[in-house]
Design a protein around this ligand. Structure first.
Ligand SMILES: [Mg+2]
Length: 204
């Protein structure tokens, strides 16, 4: 019998993030204003998240494009220190720990994934995950969801998928997942949906 599971996005679900924090800090070490920094990285951000560029190459290229005056350690720290743990979500997931397997599905880079999992307690609830940089594909394409299903042994109909982006939710729903479009400011709505779903799957 396949067991029910929770599958979750990371950004703006488990942790909030704000790239503007990084832009302001990096701008102190660059000749460009904060609002220009991320458009200067447009050409390398997507290949990096899709796994076509490794961490070392990305950091070197980003530092070159930004004319960054600090060293690589400083750049990595600024690039990663943009996240805040979602405390409400941490409490919600803690209640299901040990009762339901939990997995991650995120469009992210190796650098952010390693930083996140090593920094925030909320990730201790998760037994594994699929990430765009290593899967070499990204949401909202169905391909990464199909990979996730086969790699993690999930059954979409038995899996509760949480994401803050409608396009990702649309793909998941089409593939048969139980879905919840998450809003940080409407955490109660998730609690209600999750309680209803777990009431059903954990009692059957
Ligand atoms: Mg997200």
């Amino acid at each position: 019998m396949p067991s029910p599971a929770i599958l979750s996005d990371i950004g703006n679900v488990l942790v909030a993030f704000d790239f503007k924090v990084a832009a302001r800090r990096a701008a102190e070490l660059c000749p460009f204003p904060p609002e220009q920094l991320f458009t200067r990285l447009d050409s390398i951000k997507l290949p990096y998240e899709n796994g076509d560029m490794d961490d070392v190459t990305f950091v070197r290229e980003a530092m070159r494009l930004l004319e960054f005056g600090g060293d690589e350690v400083m750049f990595r720290r600024i690039w990663c220190e943009i996240f805040t743990e979602n405390q409400a979500m941490e409490r919600t997931l803690a209640a299901f720990a040990g009762r339901l397997p939990m997995f991650l599905l995120s469009n992210t880079s190796g650098m952010h994934k390693d930083y996140l999992l090593g920094t925030f307690d909320i990730f201790r609830h998760f037994q594994g995950g699929v990430y765009s940089y290593s899967a070499k594909c990204s949401k909202p394409d169905a391909v990464i969801f199909e990979k996730t299903v086969s790699e993690l042994g999930l059954v979409p109909e038995q899996t509760f998928y949480i994401d803050d982006l409608e396009a990702n939710i649309a793909t998941a729903r089409r593939l048969g997942f139980q879905t919840h479009l998450y809003r940080l400011e409407e955490h109660d709505a998730l609690e209600r949906d999750l309680a209803m779903w777990t009431g059903r799957v954990l009692s059957s």
